[in-house]
Design a protein around this ligand. Structure first.
Ligand code: IPD
Ligand code: CA
Ligand code: CA
Length: 255
């Protein structure tokens, strides 16, 4: 991992963002995945293929775990693994042309090194890692505002809220207010920027890979709600919060 790699990734992200904006002027090809609300578009696939090509060109023979499965499947997290979510918040992308992001993370032997969350329509790049710190565009973030569950706005996954899975509804009701953004990357970003005090969702590795690196670099807690260690090869119920909110939530989680 080098500063040159950071610059390469930023350049690719800005190029991918321009491509996404250009594609917004033509009709999207939308396909259903598991339900009518779980969709993928031609642009998700094109953006993932773009990143795969860039990585293979500059960093050949490295493993790539992408949501849309453009590259070879990743068997394990030994060596360097690139994790890509080409468009996070695809339903927002389709319905709102807003509130979506590009996400990319770099892991080395299972350890998160670099994370990037780019909120395309706001031109805000949250990036960094344990050894370089965390930045929002050019500004370094050094601390995250401390707040309890009752003092802040919590972000939750809609299905988990409705079903009260792991006590998500009970937890959310103890917060000052609740938001359901429908984009894991933006929720991580809001918690890291101190605009929200926590996020609870059911996520795939590419949904939380960069957010986990960035959040933990700033002392936030990222954990599975089922008490198991987060597994980069499986879906997990994920919580991100500062210590104060985490302590409040821990006592309310249903097992
Ligand atoms: C989804 C979004 C959403 C979360 C889902 C994810 P996608 O990602 O992050 O907020 O609740 O679990 O699948 O499919 O739009 O990349
Ligand atoms: Ca996603
Ligand atoms: Ca996606």
């Amino acid at each position: 991992m080098s500063l040159e790699m950071v610059e390469d990734i930023k350049e690719w992200i800005y190029e991918a963002s321009a491509l996404i904006k250009e594609r917004l002027s033509s009709p999207l090809i939308v396909e259903q995945k598991t339900s009518a609300a779980d969709v993928v578009t031609n642009v998700d696939k094109e953006v993932e293929a773009f990143f795969v090509q860039k990585i293979q060109q500059s960093y050949p023979n490295e493993k790539i775990l992408g949501e849309e499965g453009i590259s070879e499947p990743v068997e394990d997290f030994s060596g360097r693994v690139w994790v890509i979510d080409p468009i996070d918040g695809t339903l927002n992308f389709v319905k709102q042309q807003d509130h979506f992001c590009i996400m990319l993370a770099v892991y080395e032997n299972g350890v998160g090194r670099l994370g990037f969350i780019y909120e395309v329509m706001r031109d805000e790049l949250l990036w960094g890692g344990d050894s370089i710190g965390v930045y929002i565009n050019e500004r370094k973030i050094t601390t995250v505002k401390k707040q309890s569950l009752a003092d802040g706005i919590i972000n939750v996954n809609t299905n988990m809220f409705v079903a009260n899975s792991f006590g998500t509804k009970d937890i959310a009701e103890k917060a000052l207010a609740v938001r359901m953004t429908g984009c894991a990357g933006i929720a991580f970003k809001e918690v890291i920027l101190g605009k929200e005090n926590g996020y609870l969702s059911c996520l795939q590795p590419w949904d939380y890979a960069p957010g986990k690196i960035l959040a933990e670099s700033l002392g936030l807690i990222v954990e599975s709600l089922d008490g198991k260690a987060l597994d980069l090869k499986a879906q997990s119920p994920v919580l991100v919060a500062g210590v104060e909110t985490y302590e409040d939530i821990k006592n309310l989680v249903h097992h």
